[in-house]
Design a binder for this molecule. Structure first.
Ligand SMILES: O=C(O)CCC(=O)C(=O)O
Length: 306
């Protein structure tokens, strides 16, 4: 590890342990949203990501966390008596059918729409991209339970968005503080270039497939999840790179390119809090829009929309 702090526990993802050596694990570089946008965008293009510290109003983000988890009262998800702003996991019996139904509703809330359209977000994109921007309708809110070994595997987003422009940008927003131990997003350093190379190779392989299959993340040339791998340590070895982690705080937003390889680690919060985040996509409205993302997110919709 470099400039960051010492980790108290090993980072794991899908039961693989990330080597905590300086050559394989490091820290994300924070950026000050007060810097000129031109400079920030140059940094984005160099790094493939931009971690904009405190660009959002922290209390607005925490209010949304509270509202979200309040809606799940009665499902058994939260520990009895837990403050929904804290959102400690019950570890007990959960009505997952009710949870899924509420998740489907939450992505349709006007309050969520307005959260995703907070002025600092679209204002940043408009300045960076130089024109009116579009927010994709398919927007995802994810919670992760402490102790669940299943995590997002290594992938780059264009795999799922091939029918539109590659100038599509993901905003990953922690809804609450997400310390490294709570399993936030990790980025493979320098991987924007590898993502571009991999996509060019897939594109050549896919060239002769029927058009619907060609844009699919699950076609015969891809894995059945669209992920590159679940084995994050081996990928870092293979590409001789390191995974970059961060202590995210409510109010932060990370932007990543459609080619930047990222994944998540397990939530091992000693206080058993649920990790909550949203990932949403912006692009110039004048660029081609992937029509498969014109519907609200629903559980398991990847197969239909990707
Ligand atoms: O939050 C996660 O676990 C995954 C998010 C993600 O893959 C993304 O933001 O593109």
């Amino acid at each position: 590890m470099d400039a960051g702090r010492t980790l108290n526990i090993p980072l794991t993802s899908n039961s693989f342990t990330l080597a905590a050596t300086p050559g394989r694990l490091g820290w994300l570089a924070p950026s000050d949203p007060g810097e000129p946008v031109k400079r920030l965008w140059e940094q984005f293009n160099e790094q493939g990501y931009l971690w904009l510290k405190g660009i959002l109003d922290r209390s607005e983000v925490l209010d949304f966390r509270e509202r979200y988890f309040k809606a799940f009262a009665g499902t058994g998800l939260l520990a009895p008596g837990s403050d929904p702003r804290e959102a400690a996991y019950s570890g007990g019996e959960v009505d997952f059918q009710a949870v899924r139904q509420l998740m489907v509703e939450a992505v349709r809330w006007a309050a969520y729409e307005s959260f995703c359209l907070m002025k600092p977000i679209y204002h940043f994109y408009e300045q960076a991209l130089g024109g009116p921007v579009y927010l994709h309708k398919r927007k995802i809110i994810r919670y992760t339970r402490p102790g669940d070994p299943n995590c997002t595997g290594a992938h780059y987003d264009l795999t799922y968005l091939r029918a539109g422009t590659s100038r599509v940008y993901t905003s990953w927003i922690p809804i609450g503080d997400i310390l490294v131990e709570m399993g936030g997003l990790v980025y493979l350093e320098g991987s924007d270039a590898w993502g571009r190379k991999m996509e060019a190779e897939f594109s050549a392989l896919n060239a002769h497939l029927p058009s619907e299959e060609r844009i699919s993340a699950y076609n015969r040339n891809m894995s059945d999840t669209g992920w590159i791998t679940k084995d994050l340590p081996s990928l870092a070895e293979r590409l001789d790179s390191r995974w970059l982690c961060a202590d995210y705080e409510a109010g932060d937003m990370v932007i990543h390119s459609a080619f930047m390889i990222h994944a998540a680690t397990e939530n091992r919060d000693p206080q058993h809090r649920l990790r909550l985040s949203t990932d949403i996509r912006y692009q110039l409205v004048s660029d081609e829009i992937d029509a498969r993302w014109l519907n609200h997110w629903a559980p398991d919709d990847e197969k239909r929309y990707s």
